[in-house]
Write a protein that binds this ligand. Structure first.
Ligand code: NAP
Length: 269
């Protein structure tokens, strides 16, 4: 399918497979040029060539290891200097299925480098540009574990809770400046993620595993509908709204000069 409208360029991290590759496909078909980022250049080149043939969009490949500071700086530079960029999809990420205590701390650190530090730096690189232009979209791929950190590895859950909280804060600061932020909270999705995490997806009940195609189509529909947080599996959005309302209801009482009475602390008069 060839699309005539041009919507600027979307930079998609982790585009060499899974969810990121589907984002690349869907965004090209929606009229975006693409900058595809991941480590595996061969897979990126293959995807770029297939999508160029299918959509005639301009597609660039940047091979980068987002655990490497130098490589992250290189991608930041692209975001700062390419004024055609209108969308950033922070999708690259790794998970883990093992319990905290048996997980290698070096691997946990690398997970934080990718899922948190790289995502934050890339967002910083583009956010001020989008604000200057009064437009732009930042899509951050979180996970259901952002609100269910007891599932899978706890550091993974912590990184995705960061992605959700960071996106909520971006939304709060940037919406009135014309910049959109969306957090996507996929449940189990059929991709290489599970092999990399050491827990083959075949071990999960089929009823809880979504295809990457359906996941991205739902996430983009959520973006079109103006959602801040999109939970593709959740049947009733009222459940998410109730969760958010409960969070908002806590707010007036989260900071006080006095400890709560139940702690029995005798405060100075
Ligand atoms: P995937 O197929 O394994 O894709 C991960 C992508 O990240 C690949 O393109 C990989 O490419 C890239 N990547 C990994 N390490 C990288 C690094 N150091 N530098 C640059 N790129 C790197 O898994 P996926 O399911 O599509 O994952 C995409 C996102 O969805 C992740 O953030 C994940 O946490 C999230 N998610 C997935 C699920 C699920 O069940 N699959 C559920 C919730 C959330 P290279 O290997 O070429 O670098």
């Amino acid at each position: 399918m060839n699309v005539t409208t041009h919507k600027g360029t979307a930079l998609v991290t982790g585009a060499s497979s899974g969810i990121g590759a589907v984002y690349a496909d869907r965004l090209a078909r929606r009229g975006y040029g693409l900058i595809l980022v991941a480590r595996n250049r061969e897979r990126l080149d293959q995807l770029a060539s297939r999508l160029t043939d299918a959509t005639r969009r301009s597609i660039e490949v940047v091979a980068a290891d987002l655990c490497s500071k130098a490589d992250v700086r290189r991608v930041e530079e692209v975001l700062r200097t390419d004024s055609s960029i209108t969308m950033l999809v922070n999708n690259a990420g790794v998970g883990g299925a093992g319990p905290l205590l048996v997980s290698d701390p070096d691997k946990m650190e690398a997970m934080i480098d990718l899922n948190v530090t790289a995502l934050t730096r890339l967002t910083y690189a583009i956010a001020s540009k989008f604000v200057e232009r009064g437009t732009g979209t930042i899509v951050n791929i979180a996970s259901m574990v952002a609100v269910a950190p007891e599932v899978l590895n706890g550091v993974y859950g912590g990184t995705k809770a960061f992605v959700l909280a960071f996106t909520q804060s971006l939304h709060h600061e940037l919406l009135d400046k014309g910049v959109r932020a969306q957090a996507v909270l996929p449940g189990a999705t059929r991709t290489d993620f599970w092999d990399v995490a050491g827990h083959p997806v075949e071990n999960l009940p089929e009823s809880i595993v979504m295809s990457a195609d359906d996941l991205v189509d739902a996430a983009l529909a959520g973006l079109d509908q103006g959602e801040l947080a999109t939970v593709p599996s959740l049947p009733d959005v009222a459940d998410w709204n109730a969760f958010e309302s409960a969070r908002a209801a806590l707010r007036p009482n989260l900071s006080s000069s006095k400890p709560a009475a139940r702690y029995g602390v005798r405060t100075a008069a």
